[in-house]
Design a protein around this ligand. Structure first.
Ligand SMILES: Nc1ncnc2c1ncn2[C@@H]1O[C@H](COP(=O)(O)OP(=O)(O)OP(=O)(O)O)[C@@H](O)[C@H]1O
Ligand SMILES: [Mg+2]
Length: 551
């Protein structure tokens, strides 16, 4: 707030020093008259006049420099803060939110549209305000000097005003279209990069190029239409404005001829109209930019104002202790706008046991895991952890109790150690190593030249599928969770690694509930109960009395 007030001071300074040109022009008439008649002291007056002019423009330059500096600071800070708020709003959203927006679109809103907002702030404040002040000052002066002439000048104003409004509505319309097309380009681009291997493998580069060019061309057309409107705006306003000056000089000449106006007054008048030319142009273009920014603002607020899904209830609980007893009672669920995927599911999962989930592809196993993590809320029925409905628990607490290995394990760009420590921020090297040993990853990591400092590449692309899978397991194990949710964790593993991981699970079993989606005999054989899910319902439960497994 302090910075804005200071900015306002310099902004006033800039406006006042612009208006200073008027009295100087007025004074110059008499100074030149004195010079022409060689009256005593005329040269001194000339020095003073020149000095005043230089001082005035120095003051104007200084004020405008400081004002721009302050406004840039304010504007950039706003960009930083809004961007952070947009990112936070996206992070807080439930997963169904992301079915409505494409990734590139979200990214473009957070980056491009937020930048357009800064234009509104910087230009709105530092261009619009001082220029409006100068305009008001110059116009008041004009009225005070000679209101006949002033009336004539101001007749042009409503005309300019109408033209401006016309332009700004068009600009606003086009700017929205342009932002949208730009987001489309970004989306096409990011999607292409994410699927590059498939694109190349299927030889679909040309197809992708055509898809990209389509988005690119649409953006070009929209941007060019916008540019057409903008290009016309400035010369048109300038033409209107210069016509006004010509008219003033013409009528002023007549007034002087008939002895109704002093030359000094016409000079001052001309200066006043002169200093108003720039402001009219600046105001008109700033207005256009602000209109443009309001399009961007709408797109940013669509994210900021989107209802937050999957939020904690006001008095959400975070119990001190978690033992890991899970129950599902008549759970039904459908993805947004999709058919019912879970159709009345009942099951019980106990700590100290391994529960294997089996069943045909598309049966709903991964969906069930997602519900346990509260990625989505069931449409009907209840899921409880230690007897408390998941909806009554703090999502942060719930997920803290859970170690999760997704079916399609994703790693982050960074080192192996970073990726494993993602499960437990600030984990020591010893903890990381222990988790990797349990996940049967330590051996392959030690064979890498850089060991735990090896970079895994974008999304882990520098590793094999099985290696990625094992790191994802280590990432889940390092949390020492009360509930372990493992979705097809051994699908990419050789029998040896699979056996090693099975042994780790058996060692981990006593203190936690382990839910493993798997069809592999190595895992299913050691499970304490096997639950088959077909078409969203439990079709078979097999509870076993297990003999200890020889290791
Ligand atoms: N994000 C989603 N949006 C809409 N529908 C989905 C989504 N994810 C899964 N489905 C649908 O839900 C059903 C169950 O999918 P789910 O992934 O739970 O099956 P699954 O048992 O894990 O299968 P698989 O063994 O192949 O991994 C499928 O018919 C699928 O089409
Ligand atoms: Mg699945």
């Amino acid at each position: 707030m302090g910075a804005l007030a200071l900015g306002l001071v310099f902004l006033l300074g800039t406006a006042l020093s612009s208006l200073g040109a008027i009295p100087i022009a007025r004074q110059s008439a008499s100074v030149f008259a004195h010079l022409a008649s060689r009256s005593p002291g005329a040269l001194g007056q000339l020095d003073a006049l020149a000095l005043a002019g230089v001082a005035l423009y120095f003051a104007k330059g200084l004020c405008s420099y400081l004002q721009n500096l302050i406004m840039a600071h304010v504007g950039l800070r706003v960009v930083r803060d809004i961007r952070s708020a947009v990112f936070a709003a996206i992070q807080r959203q439930g997963l169904s939110f992301f079915a409505r927006f494409r990734q590139g679109d979200l990214a473009s809103r957070a980056v491009t549209d937020v930048t357009a907002l800064r234009d509104a702030i910087v230009l709105g404040y530092s261009d619009l305000l001082p220029n409006v002040l100068v305009l008001v000052g110059a116009m008041s002066y004009i009225v005070w000097v000679n209101w006949h002439l002033a009336l004539l000048t101001m007749l042009g104003l409503p005309l300019v005003g109408t033209v401006l409004t016309q332009f700004s509505t068009r600009l606003r319309r086009w700017s929205l279209a342009i932002q949208r097309q730009a987001a489309d380009i970004l989306t096409t681009m990011t999607e292409n990069l994410a699927t590059l291997q498939v694109v190349k493998g299927f030889g679909r580069e040309d197809f992708e190029q055509a898809r990209f060019d389509q988005a690119n061309d649409r953006h070009f057309l929209a941007a060019f239409r916008g540019a057409q409107v903008q290009a016309l705006q400035t010369p048109l306003v300038a033409f209107l404005q210069t016509s006004a000056i010509a008219g003033v000089l013409w009528v002023g000449g007549w007034e002087i001829y008939h002895g109704r106006l002093a030359v000094a007054d016409l000079l001052a008048f001309g200066a006043a109209v002169g200093v108003s030319v720039d402001p009219v142009l600046a105001v008109s273009s700033a207005w256009g930019r602000i209109q443009q920014a309001s399009g961007a603002l709408a797109r940013v607020f669509e994210i900021l104002d989107a209802p937050q899904e999957g939020q904690d209830v006001p008095d959400a609980k975070a119990p001190d202790h978690c033992s890991g007893v899970i129950a599902m009672r008549d759970v039904r669920f459908a993805y947004p706008q999709g058919p019912e995927v879970l159709a009345g599911l009942d099951l019980a999962i106990h700590p100290g046991q391994i529960t294997a989930l089996v069943g045909p592809s598309g049966g709903g196993k991964s969906t069930l895991i997602g519900l346990l993590l509260r990625f989505y809320e069931p449409t009907c029925g209840e899921i409880t952890l230690d007897g408390l409905a998941l909806g009554q628990l703090k999502a942060g607490w719930l997920r803290q109790q859970v170690g999760f290995v997704p079916q399609d394990p994703v790693l982050f760009y960074g080192t192996i150690a970073d990726n494993v420590a993602f499960g437990k921020l600030g984990a020591s090297r010893q903890e990381i190593e222990m988790a990797c040993r349990a996940a049967s990853a330590h051996e392959f990591i030690m064979q890498l030249e850089q060991g735990y400092e090896t970079l895994v590449g974008e999304r882990g692309a520098a590793l094999s599928g099985g290696q990625r899978q094992r790191l994802a397991i280590a990432r889940a194990l390092i949390r020492d969770p009360k509930v372990l949710l493992l979705d097809e964790i051994t699908s990419a593993l050789d029998p040896e690694s699979e056996a090693a991981i099975r042994d780790s699970l058996l060692a981990l079993r006593p203190e936690r509930a382990i839910v493993a989606v798997s069809h592999r005999p190595a895992i299913v054989e050691v499970a304490d109960q096997v639950i088959e899910i077909t078409g969203g319902v439990v079709t078979r439960v097999e509870v076993r009395q297990l003999a200890p497994v020889a290791t």
